[in-house]
Design a protein around this ligand. Structure first.
Ligand code: FES
Length: 195
């Protein structure tokens, strides 16, 4: 698949998902949460995107666009976090040892705050946008599936920390972007330390 095709596919998928909350597991659709939208000022600035996550529910995913890429924020349940700690043997790089990642990506949860995953939603194989699959043990992903992300292009799978499973085409974990908390519930995506 060429880069050109991948870029088009990504744009199409991004257009469908940006700023729309997707719900974990229960099949319902949450209304669009206006407070989660990046401010016009932030969008105009281009570099960083501010987002209010105070209304994000457990299991919910919201997508914002940062530098033309989808960035997901997922609020994980306590059970999901416990499950992450059990997956190491199935993962390529459970501790995120690859360079060029923020220091806060180098732990099992790959996040500053355990509950909130912030990650670039682009597959590290050829750039498709994976789908959010928080459902536990669905028929198509198997009895061991504890929630995560599935790339429909060539079948790569990632856990709920964006860590890639062994035996799939994607070579590395999903990328954690630079970000920081401006307050308890306000995130700034695009600024933060990369080591
Ligand atoms: S682009 Fe190939 S598995 Fe995701």
């Amino acid at each position: 698949m060429s880069d050109n095709i991948d870029t088009k596919k990504r744009r199409t998928l991004l257009g469908a998902t940006v700023a729309v909350g997707t719900v974990a597991g229960v099949g319902a659709v949450y209304p669009l949460l206006a407070s989660m939208q990046p401010s016009a000022r932030a969008l105009a600035a281009g570099a960083s995107v501010e987002i209010d996550i105070s209304n994000l529910q457990i299991g919910q995913q919201v997508t914002v666009e940062w530098r033309g890429k989808p960035v997901w924020i997922v609020r994980r349940s306590k059970k999901s976090l416990e499950d992450l700690a059990t997956l190491n043997d199935s993962l390529v790089d459970p501790n995120s040892d690859v360079p060029q990642q923020p220091e806060y990506a180098k732990n099992a949860n790959r996040s500053i705050k355990d509950e909130f995953l912030v990650i670039v939603g682009i597959c590290t194989h050829l750039g498709c946008v994976p789908t959010y699959r928080p459902d536990i043990a669905p028929a198509d992903l198997g009895a061991d599936w504890k929630g995560g992300f599935f790339c429909p292009c060539h079948g790569s799978t990632f856990d709920l920390a964006g860590r890639v499973y062994k035996g799939v085409p994607a070579p590395t974990n999903l990328v954690v972007p630079p970000y920081k908390y401006l307050s308890e519930a306000k995130l700034l995506i695009g600024e933060g330390e990369i080591t």
